[in-house]
Design a protein around this ligand. Structure first.
Ligand code: ARG
Length: 457
């Protein structure tokens, strides 16, 4: 005799391999707290609606309290035979409180139960990630504030383009994280509806009160359609897509940290505790954390693809395929949480080397656009100004010097509009200060942007 709850229908027990193949208990036990919470809300509703007695409810509450304690203390005996987190808990409840435990599943199915558990679990996870994104943003803002004036070569095509401040550069990542947070909020809002009451797929014959359960569990309302409620996992996919974007943004920042820390560039140093050495090359200090974050972004993309593929082509309503939603979902959540936790801790310890940034800025004719703008302001059409400056850059390159190092007479050979005030625009400080509008890199604008971002946090 198998001890499966549903074994009455079967003539022979499943093989051990099939048991292992179909079980989810070893990963879905992570949702035990949510499963208990959902069951208690359901039981309270059953009692209110006189579907079970107050005594049954009291027994269920007593049993669940004990089970929660056993799980917390690591004493709960998870069993493969009971297949998943839901049946493990229900089986233990029945062992503890008898018939009241057997009445818990009235008007409910594991299909609406699991859909509820995942949503409860994901809601908490989203809130945790939002908090971590906020800490990460706050760390970026602190560092940006300290470097609102620090010039950094801004790159396009990984070549020196125009001066920006390091603070301005960091603020770009604050904005990305802000949009990530907004996407998470949207995902949470769409997800926060109660599936319970859908039962297996068609609803239940019992006089249930779904709105009550929704309120008990902090949902904004109930899922409108029972078939949809038990079967779709779009909310998990949406979360994984949002998390993939979070990781994509972190990965871009990681790539910059790695580049900046490379001895050839040397713009920053990371605190030792975020780096590792080489087992063979004694001189090495490797940026392992950003490299791993960049690498782990691949798992987040993979998990998203797994869930999209899992859902594709599933007919209504519930199919066991959906049990496969959990491992990718958990893995993505773990990856994002660990990554953001480390980044929020690592960013404050970034040691900036302004001299190296300034030296790099000297090498790429970063103020060439400023010279072109200068000529335009004196009446030259932009295309002609561009051409004149391009020739000046070529001349400076031949001499192996910066534009600002060319004597005025030589500069005037490229355009008679150039006067001795040109040196104000050829300096890095002049170039930065001139970009004085919202979204620009002028230090005053960077400070104002930091203040606005802080007010948003
Ligand atoms: N462990 C299952 C899951 O994660 C619970 C739902 C099982 N429902 C069913 N009809 N077999 O999806």
């Amino acid at each position: 005799m198998s001890d499966h709850t549903w074994s009455g229908r079967f003539a022979e027990p499943v093989s051990d391999l099939v048991k292992r193949y179909t079980a989810s208990v070893f990963f879905d036990q992570r949702m035990a707290a949510q499963d208990i919470r959902g069951s208690l809300a359901h039981a309270r509703m059953l009692a209110r609606q006189r579907i079970i007695t107050p005594d049954d409810l009291a027994e269920i509450e007593r049993g669940m309290a004990q089970i929660a304690g056993e799980i917390e203390r690591g004493e709960f005996a998870w069993s493969l035979d009971a297949e998943d987190v839901h049946l493990n808990i229900e089986k233990r409840l029945t062992a503890l409180v008898g018939d009241a435990g057997k009445r818990l599943h009235t008007g409910r199915s594991r299909n609406d139960q699991v859909a509820t558990d995942i949503r409860l679990w994901l809601r908490d996870t989203i809130d945790a990630i939002d908090g971590l994104l906020r800490s990460y943003q706050s760390a970026l803002l602190d560092l940006a504030e300290r470097h609102a004036d620090t010039p950094l070569p801004g790159f396009t095509h990984l070549q020196v383009a125009q001066p920006v401040t390091f603070g301005h550069h960091l603020l770009a990542y604050v904005e990305m994280a802000e949009r990530d947070r907004s996407r998470l909020r949207g995902c949470r809002k769409r997800m926060n509806r109660l599936p319970l009451g859908a039962a297996a797929l068609a609803g239940t014959t019992f006089p249930i009160d779904r709105e009550f359960v929704a309120r008990e569990l902090g949902f904004d309302g109930v899922c409108e359609n029972s078939l949809d409620a038990v079967s779709d996992r779009d909310f998990a996919i949406e979360f994984c897509a949002t998390a993939a974007l979070v990781m994509m943004h972190v990965s871009r920042f990681s790539e910059e940290l790695i580049l900046w820390m490379s001895p050839r560039v040397g713009f920053i140093d990371l605190a030792d505790r975020f780096c590792t050495g080489s087992s063979i090359m004694p001189q090495k200090k490797n940026p392992d954390v950003p490299e791993l974050a960049r690498g782990k972004t691949g798992r987040a993309y993979g998990n998203l693809m797994a869930l999209l593929t899992l859902m594709k082509g599933q007919p209504l309503a519930y199919n066991k395929d959906n049990q496969e939603d959990k491992e990718p979902l958990f893995d993505t959540a773990d990856t994002v949480i660990d990554t953001l936790r480390i980044f929020a801790d690592m960013v404050p310890g970034i040691r900036v080397k302004p001299e190296a940034m300034a030296a790099a800025l000297k090498q790429g004719y970063a103020t060439a656009t400023d010279l072109a703008d200068y000529l335009v302001k004196r009446g030259l059409p932009f295309r002609d100004a561009h051409e004149a400056v391009a020739r000046a850059v070529r001349a400076a390159e031949t001499k192996g010097c910066d534009l600002a190092d060319l004597p005025l007479a030589e500069l005037r050979a490229f355009s008679p509009l150039i006067a001795d005030d040109v040196f104000d625009v050829l300096t890095v400080a002049g170039s930065l200060a001139a970009r004085d509008h919202i979204g620009g890199t002028a230090p005053g604008q960077v400070r104002a942007a930091i203040a606005r971002a802080r007010a948003r946090l």
